[in-house]
Design a protein around this ligand. Structure first.
Ligand code: TRP
Ligand code: SF4
Length: 338
């Protein structure tokens, strides 16, 4: 079974629907680059979505569908990596049960990300009973995701690192309690990526309505970029601008433009030979050019939903095989009756 000498990678994303440029630059491009060197498992974490949205499930199917479409069109390759849906790999839930027995309650209570999440939930709903038992199991369920493939590395953003540390602690505790070095202690794999702000200068996110979706069409992209923040001191077109004070648009140029583009825009802005409207139009063109192949691929995948579904099912089957193998080992080590 351990037929690969490659190190294993596991990561996941909650199905939040259509993905935006921040997901693409921050997560997907990185995953794509890991596919050759590592044995990768990428999960659409629909159970994790339920921890906070158990009563808002009407768009779940559509959201999962959109995530898989965005993954595939971004270059996540089902021939190289295993892409699966969490709820189609029930071994994860079984392992979660075993891990939840050995996880001290105060370990999950001190998880900082969870504390934040609980606070947001409380602020929104003012009703503590809306914080479910499952929500407190969030990091333990995530640990089950990771350990069920006995992964070595977990590529995540900084906000998830605390969860991965907890996974290490739980793996170590399992090995200590049952006296067998069974689970790897997974390590977070942080990526250094330029943070892409939302068009209004805040964090890019669906709920702020300041994002550009991978699947937006060219015109929509252009219209959204038109709303982006520029140098606030540059009011009229013949005011000279300063790209250093151009909060959002010049930041985007730094990410999407070549060195020549940046130099050109910089001097044109400083001499007021280009206005912000024109600058944004050119930026939109640049971004649209870069997303064109991806959007083409998405459009063609959208025409074959059955094939897309098949890919997710096949991936989930593959994930099950590995997960069952790891679970069987754990069950033996715990000395369950069988
Ligand atoms: N909690 C992660 C997030 O919200 C998603 C996730 C679920 C995950 N399972 C995982 C990430 C396993 C890494 C490994 O972004
Ligand atoms: Fe920003 Fe471009 Fe306007 Fe200069 S011209 S302030 S870089 S949007």
């Amino acid at each position: 079974m351990e037929n690969s000498t490659k190190k294993r990678i596991m990561s996941g994303m909650r199905p939040t629907g259509k993905l935006h440029l921040g997901h693409y630059l921050g997560v997907l491009k990185n995953w794509v680059s890991l596919q050759d060197e590592y044995e990768c498992y990428f999960s659409i974490a629909d159970w994790h979505a339920l921890t906070t949205k158990y009563n808002q499930t009407s768009s779940m199917k559509e959201d999962v569908q959109n995530v898989i479409l965005d993954w595939l069109s971004s270059g996540i390759d089902p021939k190289k990596s295993t892409l699966y849906l969490q709820s189609l790999v029930p071994q994860t839930a079984q392992l979660h049960i075993y891990l939840s027995m050995i996880t001290p309650q105060n370990w999950v209570e001190r998880d900082p990300t969870l504390k934040d999440l609980a606070k947001i939930m409380k602020d929104k709903q003012e009703n503590v009973s809306n914080l479910s038992y499952g929500l407190f199991g969030y990091p333990v369920l995530m640990t089950a995701d990771i350990l069920t493939f006995n992964a070595h590395l977990v590529p995540v953003g900084i906000d998830q690192v605390a969860h991965v540390e907890l996974s290490r602690d739980i793996a170590r505790r399992f090995n200590n309690i049952y006296g067998f070095d069974y689970f790897n202690e997974p390590e977070p794999k942080l990526t250094q990526i330029p943070l892409l702000k939302g068009l209004d200068g805040n964090k890019m996110g669906k709920s702020f309505n300041n994002d550009i979706k991978l699947s937006d069409d060219e015109k929509t992209t252009e219209n959204k970029i038109r709303t982006g923040i520029t140098d606030r001191n540059r009011i009229r077109k013949d005011d000279k601008g300063n790209p250093d004070n151009c909060e959002v648009i010049f930041d985007y140029w730094k990410i999407f433009g070549s060195d020549d583009d940046k130099n050109e825009i910089c001097s044109a802005c400083k001499s007021a030979s280009i206005g912000c409207a024109e600058c944004k139009k050119r930026l939109a063109q640049k971004i649209n050019e870069q997303l064109a192949p991806l959007r083409e691929k998405r459009a063609s995948l959208e025409k074959t939903p059955d094939i897309v579904k098949e890919i997710l099912y096949e991936g989930s089957n593959k994930a099950q095989t590995k997960a069952q193998y790891v679970l069987d080992g754990a069950v033996d080590i715990i000395k369950m009756y069988k």
